[in-house]
Write a new protein. Structure first.
Length: 299
């Protein structure tokens, strides 16, 4: 848990910090000696829990909470108070205060309340994760086939470390184009035809289409080359790495992978390496379709 402490009494702040750190309850991300100075610091640090004194000059604890909530802060509040006033306590609970810690500060009480607060937050986070998973599942079951194919392809490209490469979008657009065709075939058409089909999504003029298709070809070649280098690096670090063992022989010419690995080991620039773009795209398309079909049958 990440805590922020607001109290005009330095001794109280010091005692709370000591208890939290010694009891290993979490970390202190900030502190303030007044409500006014706390607001911007809390918004910036976004703690899980704010421990805040009820009675402070100028801006008391309840008023500070009110200002924080107006700024959109969603964290949990624990109120520190040595005054027991039913009206003020009731107002504090209405503002969303979870618990009260009484002053003078008692180590056992602080530990007990912070533990309960932590357990409550973990439970809320777990429920949010479950709800998000259900929403994602419902959304995925209503998505078009080629969209699911795209997501699967991106997960494979992510394993190879090339999702951020310039040609990744071109590869995904190519697979989307293939999935949209009425006659599905696992055999890819000529690459030139694919490059031009993707180029037509953004270009109309024939010369522009030709120019863009050549640019797509170069971007994809560089991206596949980056994937080869990443997989080869995995093999150098650990020859038994499962991603290296799986992707190296399937997506690439293994002799070329070995050439890149040797260059990495020798810390030299590799000689010209053959990049088989057709094989890479063919295997990616087949594997993405197989995984999609398996997921569909499970659903």
């Amino acid at each position: 848990m990440r805590y922020f402490i607001v109290d005009d009494d330095a001794a109280s702040r010091r005692m709370l910090k000591t208890i939290i750190l010694e009891e290993e309850m979490g970390v202190i991300v900030g502190e303030a000696d007044s409500g006014e100075s706390a607001i911007q610091k809390i918004i910036a640090s976004d703690p899980d829990v704010v421990l805040i004194d009820l009675l402070m000059p100028h801006l008391d604890g309840i008023e500070t909470i009110d200002e924080l909530q107006k700024h959109g802060f969603k964290g949990t509040f624990i109120m520190l108070s040595q005054v027991v006033n039913k009206e003020m306590v009731g107002e504090a609970y209405e503002k969303g205060v979870e618990f009260f810690i009484h002053k003078p500060i008692n180590r056992i009480e602080v530990h007990s309340i912070l533990k309960r607060t932590s357990e409550n937050l973990i439970l809320k986070q777990s429920l949010m994760t479950i709800r998000k998973s259900i929403m994602n599942f419902e959304e995925s079951t209503n998505t078009e086939n080629y969209r699911n194919l795209k997501d699967i392809a991106l997960s494979i490209l992510n394993d190879m470390g090339i999702v951020g490469e310039v040609g990744t979008d071109d590869i995904v657009n190519m697979l989307t184009y293939l999935a949209e065709q009425e006659e599905h075939s696992m055999q890819l058409p000529p690459l030139k035809e694919l490059y031009e089909a993707v180029a037509r999504k953004t270009k109309i003029d024939p010369l522009e289409i030709l120019k863009e298709s050549k640019a797509i070809e170069q971007r994809i070649r560089r991206t596949v080359g980056a994937a080869m280098n990443n997989i080869a690096t995995l093999g150098v670090v650990d020859y038994t790495n499962p991603e290296f063992e799986y992707y190296a022989p399937r997506y690439f010419e293994f002799s070329e992978i070995r050439t890149v690995m040797k260059a990495i080991q020798d810390e030299t620039t590799p000689k010209k390496v053959k990049i088989n773009v057709k094989k890479f795209l063919q295997v990616l398309y087949i594997e993405s379709n197989e995984k999609f079909n398996n997921n569909s049958s499970k659903i």
